[in-house]
Design a protein around this ligand. Structure first.
Ligand code: NAP
Length: 248
């Protein structure tokens, strides 16, 4: 892929994807809401790429829906065409705080769900007209089944999952691939407050390597690391009566 748009480019997982792309000469348009951190990442990638011209940045809070179109026009102006898009931004809410505040719950659904599908809807039209490219977003295994400990986040990720299924159907005849990435536990700033370690935890480097390969190969759904496909298959098949008692 020669030209890639990364939204939520300050995410640890996205940054590791961008490092891989930069070292193979890909032109990158990086979008994030933290201008300072975005500039630092862009400078680092320019050094890795050995070129200053192949990276551009755009400051955007993904919840500013009216700014999506100007961002997209700037990305197309820089990249020419979109070979790949990675939508990576997200936030992990405190489920109990969301239960106490409907406003907070809706804000988290907006950030993790609505802003992602709003971006994907615009991008789908561009890719469909182009008749090529890969549209990818980072969902989560949490979107596979509602659990009492994180159903706000899970519901937002499930929204993205269903939306991407429909887009995949729609865009297949145009030769556009649509990938939903479902990581399990990844050691990034998002999970800073978690006790880490053990076989279920993955590094952002590993997950990024799998994302880049999945986008290259036109894959549709990526559980990363691979064993989450089987863990979630079991979790999805636990009968609701038993699941309710498990307090997951
Ligand atoms: N880490 C995990 O265990 C895990 C598991 C499953 C799925 N995921 C998903 O993986 C993706 C990447 O997360 P990560 O693990 O790499 O965590 P991370 O390093 O904390 O990255 C999350 C990024 O999203 C950005 N962001 C949040 N809301 C935004 C908005 N409205 N506009 C623009 N940027 C926004 C944050 O920017 P600021 O720095 O400005 O806040 C941050 O850079 C997320 O979609 C997350 O839900 C992560």
């Amino acid at each position: 892929m020669k030209n890639i748009l990364v939204i939520g480019a300050t995410s640890a997982i996205a940054e590791h994807c961008a490092r891989r792309w930069a070292t193979r000469g890909t032109k990158l348009f990086l979008v994030g809401r933290n201008a300072e951190r975005l500039a630092m990442i862009a400078d680092d990638l320019r050094v890795r790429a050995g070129s200053a011209d192949c990276i551009a940045t755009f400051v955007l809070d993904a919840n500013a829906l009216a700014s999506h179109q100007p961002m997209l026009e700037a990305a197309l102006g820089f990249l020419g065409q979109l070979d790949g898009v990675l939508i990576a931004h997200g936030s992990l809410p405190d489920q109990q705080a969301c239960e106490a505040s409907v406003d907070m719950m809706l804000a988290e659904i907006a950030n993790n769900g609505v802003s992602v599908i709003a971006l994907a809807a615009r991008l789908a039209n561009v890719l469909e007209a182009q008749r090529s490219g890969c549209l990818a977003a980072i969902g989560s295994v949490a979107g596979d089944r509602g659990r009492q400990s994180n159903y706000t986040y899970g519901a937002a990720k499930a929204l993205v999952d269903r939306f991407f299924e429909g887009l995949r159907n729609r865009l297949a005849p145009a030769g556009v691939s649509v990938l939903l990435i479902k990581p399990g536990f990844v050691d990034t700033p998002m999970t800073a407050s978690f006790a880490k370690g053990g076989p279920l935890w993955a590094t952002p480097e590993r997950v990024a390597g799998e994302i880049v390969a999945a986008m290259d190969s036109g894959r549709q759904v990526l559980y990363t690391p691979w064993f989450w496909r089987w863990i979630m298959l079991i979790i999805r098949h636990i009968p609701e009566r038993i699941f309710m008692r498990m307090k997951l």
